[in-house]
Ligand binder design. Structure first.
Ligand SMILES: C[S@@+](CC[C@H](N)C(=O)[O-])C[C@H]1O[C@@H](n2cnc3c(N)ncnc32)[C@H](O)[C@@H]1O
Length: 197
């Protein structure tokens, strides 16, 4: 009840409803993409943890040519020019399907807003989020082109510094960003790795 009240009073939640977006999360990607120009002509994008679909809505709008594959364990209603797979990104078959829907080419950009189901035990939730981000960074070795970019949500806390080290070994440039739409009380930040080594 308390959460629902906070939600309806939230500026970004209201704005998303007015603008016809599926989630307030879109304003995080808008801010990051405006700053770092991730979505480029001919980008081949993999959107991980895509449901309900606001990041995919932005990609659909900004990607003039190229391709986007979106993956989530939950269903997502159709969005123009987005190839959706309902499945777990950590399953080999889902990765194979993602590549197949990208004409068996590697991606130029992987964006992940993936979040574990939170248990309420803060450190445990951070460890799960960091673990997922690390696994995705490893997956990028297989899925991303050289010089590709990887943007991921991750919670700050135990294990975060080790995750950053892994990112720095994998990418020439690594940035941490906290968009305005990310709630200040949340431990989430977004880490952007560019120019895959
Ligand atoms: C914060 S939501 C993403 C919101 C989305 N970016 C948007 O703009 O609408 C996180 C998503 O991660 C998904 N998720 C969690 N674990 C996953 C996994 N192993 N594979 C694919 N999706 C996963 C959840 O189902 C959830 O929809």
């Amino acid at each position: 009840m308390h959460w629902r009240k906070n939600q309806t009073e939230d500026v970004y939640y209201q704005k998303a409803k007015e603008d016809g977006y599926r989630s307030r999360a879109i304003y995080k990607l808008i801010e990051i993409d405006d700053k770092y120009k991730l979505v480029k002509p001919n980008s081949m994008i993999l959107d991980i943890g895509s449901a309900p679909g606001s990041w995919s809505q932005l990609v659909s709008k900004r990607l003039k040519s190229g391709n986007c594959v979106a993956v989530d364990i939950h269903p997502m209603t159709d969005i123009a020019n987005i190839n959706f797979i309902c499945g777990d990104i950590f399953h080999e078959k889902v990765l194979e399907k993602a590549l197949e829907l990208n004409q068996n080419q590697k991606f130029t950009l992987v964006i992940s807003d993936i979040a574990p189901t939170v248990s309420g035990i803060k450190d445990a939730d951070v460890l799960r989020s960091v673990g997922m981000a690390e696994e995705l960074c490893e997956i990028c070795n297989e899925l991303l082109v050289i010089n590709g970019s990887f943007l991921t949500k991750v919670f700050q806390g135990p294990g975060f510094d080790d995750f950053l080290k892994l990112m720095r070994r994998s990418f020439k440039t690594v940035r941490i960003t906290k968009p305005s739409a990310s709630r200040p009380e949340s431990r989430e930040v977004y880490v952007l790795g560019q120019l895959k080594r």
